[in-house]
Design a protein around this ligand. Structure first.
Ligand code: PMP
Length: 364
């Protein structure tokens, strides 16, 4: 039996996708071998690769002004690769810090050059529970600003940008690792979007990037070629051997996303799932406590606490007995976190909501 998978990443993949991968594993499209065994320069793999890139373009509505690029490695690689490409001597990189991943991104950028924190919503208690208001942002000067980095969904803390207002200066760069394709997003608003694949797009092993071509043209060329986004873009993301099997699975996940109706359908589904869980939290507000500001609540990661550690342990134990897996909060934040990524079904979210309701009634 498949679990109700609330893992924060790597996370649930659509069952249909896994079934298709299983069926094609030994003999991919009558080629006599697994897709894993094909050359990345051969026709069979190349078709998969091109289709995956094309599906990102289609589902994210990426215009011809932007490149779609796959690179090896996840979000932490991008924390370093981004400044290596765009933080030149004499320039400063602006970071809006709204969570633990943003803090890590800042630390990596500091290894490369000058960093300026535009706004930071960390509270006196060390926790992040909100996004900053316009008045809290202090951007560096237009002439020296290399880019402005935001984390669109704070995976650990359960906050998410629901809009990217015009006053948020650019060139705007977003880490969308934990909410890419969870909803429609105006790609033209961004100079660069990056996302590790292992939440909404597939297995771990690569990141998906969408980069404005004009911005890309301004990238540094004095870094090793393998780190240069422009070199990967120029070679169609085949500069070196890419993680072919992961890209194949991303293609299957994107096809599944398309069959369900694309980004808009994902938003509808994700909103229904998140509402199911948040509504129980709100109904039992004295029992389930969430400090996340309502306007910043994430569709992807629902974070809450119970009245005591003992009750949280009991909650996790009972949930596991009901085949609900991955609900323990991140080690840095504690509490409970339900990750409701694209592939987590409405049935799983509903099962969790029903259990939460029952648990509160028995223990509240
Ligand atoms: N950014 C965000 C928003 C994340 O949630 C994560 C991790 N899940 C990362 C970056 C780091 O990604 P990775 O573990 O792939 O390096």
């Amino acid at each position: 039996m498949r679990a109700h998978n609330f893992n924060a990443g790597p996370s649930a993949l659509p069952t249909e996708v896994l079934e298709q991968a299983r069926d094609e594993l030994l003999d991919f499209q009558h080629s006599g071998m697994s897709i894993m065994e094909h050359s990345h320069r051969g026709k069979v793999y190349e078709k998969v690769h091109t289709e995956a890139l094309q599906l990102v373009r289609e589902l994210m509505d990426v215009p011809s002004s932007h490149e779609v690029v796959f690179v090896s490695g996840g979000g932490n690689v991008q924390f370093a690769q981004l400044p290596l490409n765009f933080l030149s001597p004499g320039r400063v990189a602006d970071y809006v810090v709204t969570g633990g991943w943003g803090e890590k991104a800042v630390e990596e950028a500091k290894q490369v050059g000058r960093v300026h924190v535009v706004a930071n919503t960390k509270g006196a208690d060390g926790r992040f529970i909100r996004l900053p208001a316009e008045s809290e942002h202090h951007f560096s000067a237009d002439a020296e600003r290399a880019y402005v980095h935001v984390t669109s969904n704070n995976t650990l803390e359960g906050t998410q940008y629901h809009a990217f207002p015009a006053w948020l200066k650019g060139p705007l760069v977003a880490d969308m690792s934990s909410d890419i394709l969870c909803r429609p997003v105006d790609v033209t608003r961004f100079s660069l979007i990056y996302a590790a694949a292992q939440k909404n797009l597939g297995p771990a092993g690569l990141s998906i990037l969408v980069i404005d071509k004009a911005f890309l043209a301004s990238a540094r060329s004095d870094v090793p070629k393998i780190w240069r986004y422009a070199a990967h873009a120029k070679e169609g993301s085949l500069l070196n051997t890419p993680p072919t099997f992961a890209i194949y699975l991303v293609k299957l996940v994107l096809e599944w996303t398309k069959r369900l109706g694309g980004a808009l359908a994902m938003e509808r589904r994700n909103t229904a799932k998140a509402n199911a869980v948040y509504s129980v939290v709100d109904q039992h507000a004295g029992f389930y406590a969430t400090s996340v500001e309502k306007s910043a609540r994430s569709l992807m990661n629902v974070v809450f606490r119970l009245p005591s550690d003992a009750l949280e342990q009991q909650f996790l134990k009972e949930a596991e007995a009901l085949n609900m897996i991955g609900l323990k909060g991140h080690r840095s934040t504690g509490g409970i976190r339900a990750s409701l990524y694209n592939a987590t079904s409405e049935g799983s979210a509903q099962a969790l909501a029903t259990f939460m309701n029952d648990f509160a009634q028995r223990n509240g």
